[in-house]
Design a protein around this ligand. Structure first.
Ligand SMILES: Nc1ncnc2c1ncn2[C@@H]1O[C@H](COP(=O)(O)OP(=O)(O)OP(=O)(O)O)[C@@H](O)[C@H]1O
Ligand SMILES: [Mg+2]
Length: 374
């Protein structure tokens, strides 16, 4: 009998939602193995130790959609899926709660209050919530994360938690050149011991193919024969296509001690309105954080700007600079062509560079070069 994941994948090929990609077969085989192992019982009916999976490769190869397909179909009721950043943000918050909580507060959250070391109670709490943890887009750039990951995962594995991970990097390339990297190396060893490592690096970047087949700048002048409805549909359709089965949720970015919330995200995709990003008091650090975190930004409602909007225009310039540097793709829904957005007003001269960048960022060659990894 084929596995749930193999069947779900075959169904999508049949219905045309996905196209056959031989490079994805080894990932499907590994996910099938994982699904089978999760269904096994250990001695005396207890849980057996199950090797997890670490799926890595360049962008757009299908890691996230395959993991999501696996997650949705995995016959394990106690399962969670999270973007790795969101998971780590929660871990840090739990550590803080343990450190600052008195006996009563600790007891309420963790069911215990003994000990100085927060890792064990935090791992116990996470393990009590789920046996299967799926992490999308694991990347380690933060020293605070790097220093706790080894011990945290040890404690999770001890409790027979099974992980399924996607990443742009092979395990031994994680936290490359990071501060105190030798202290991080045990994490890499543990992951290699406890997970099957599979590379998914087919020739086709499916995301790029989809973006190329579509357009990335939607405005009234660029859609021959299309009214506002048709323009909105193209933008909306590309969002739906790229998102696939990925769940949509808010993302929290910690920037200089502040919590910047992007309400609509799915994996490395983010969606926001011009008003949310450029008419709020956000600055370069916020835009750099957004650009660093997402591979594609859908920006809705870019208006025609007048001299009165010079603040918003300046923020838009900074946002585009950050996206450009980080090679984050932009899909925009605008009231006009880039040239017509801010023709006069304070900073209109500087805006010309942004116009030029926007046009370049719509070109096939730029979209191809925009291989955004961590
Ligand atoms: N076999 C396929 N046929 C058609 N489209 C596909 C196929 N595999 C993936 N895609 C599409 O390609 C896009 C990118 O896939 P996905 O997000 O899973 O890539 P990824 O490997 O996780 O990339 P990243 O490393 O950037 O996170 C999605 O829109 C997905 O639907
Ligand atoms: Mg992904």
């Amino acid at each position: 009998m084929p596995s749930h994941i193999a069947r779900a994948y075959a169904d999508r090929l049949k219905s045309g939602l996905l196209t056959a990609d031989p490079a994805q077969q080894s990932a499907i085989a590994a996910l099938t193995r994982l699904e089978k192992d999760l269904g096994k019982r250990g001695f005396f009916g207890g849980l057996p130790e199950v090797r997890g999976l670490y799926l890595w490769g360049p962008p757009g190869r299908g890691k996230s959609i395959l993991m999501d397909l696996f997650f949705a179909n995995a016959p394990e009721p106690r399962k969670t899926r999270a973007h790795f950043h969101a998971f780590m943000a929660r871990v840090h918050d739990l550590i803080r709660q343990w450190r600052t909580g008195d006996q009563k507060a600790r007891q309420a959250v963790f069911g215990t209050h003994r000990g100085d070391d927060p890792i064990d109670p935090v791992a116990a709490l996470i393990a009590s919530e789920a046996r299967l943890l799926c992490f999308d887009e694991l990347q380690v750039t933060d020293i605070a994360d790097a220093m706790i990951l080894g011990r945290l995962f040890d404690a999770l594995f001890e409790r027979k938690v099974v992980v399924c991970i996607t990443s742009n990097r092979a395990p031994d390339q994680l936290y490359k050149d990071g501060i105190n990297r030798p202290l991080f190396v045990p994490f890499i060893e543990r992951v290699r011991e406890r997970c099957q490592v599979v590379a998914l690096s087919g020739a086709r970047d499916w995301r790029l193919d989809r973006i190329r087949a579509s357009r990335v700048w939607y405005d009234p002048g660029r859609q021959p024969g299309g009214g506002a409805g048709a323009r909105g549909e193209g933008f909306e359709q590309l969002w739906i296509d790229l998102k696939g089965d990925m769940p949509e949720c808010p993302a929290h970015l910690a920037v200089l001690g502040r919590d910047v919330v992007i309400p609509r995200t799915a994996g490395g995709l983010a969606r926001a309105t011009f008003a949310e990003l450029c008419e709020q008091p956000l600055g370069p650090q916020d835009y750099l954080a957004i650009a660093g975190r997402f591979h594609t930004l859908f920006l809705d409602g870019v208006p025609l700007l007048t001299p009165d909007n010079r603040q918003a225009a300046r923020r838009f310039v900074t946002l585009i600079d950050a996206l450009y540097e980080a090679k984050t793709r932009l899909v925009a829904m605008a009231a006009g062509a880039p040239e017509g957005l801010y023709p006069t007003g304070d900073g209109a001269f500087e805006f010309e560079r942004t116009v030029s960048r926007l046009n370049e960022m719509s070109s096939q060659s730029w979209l191809e070069r925009a291989e955004h990894t961590d």
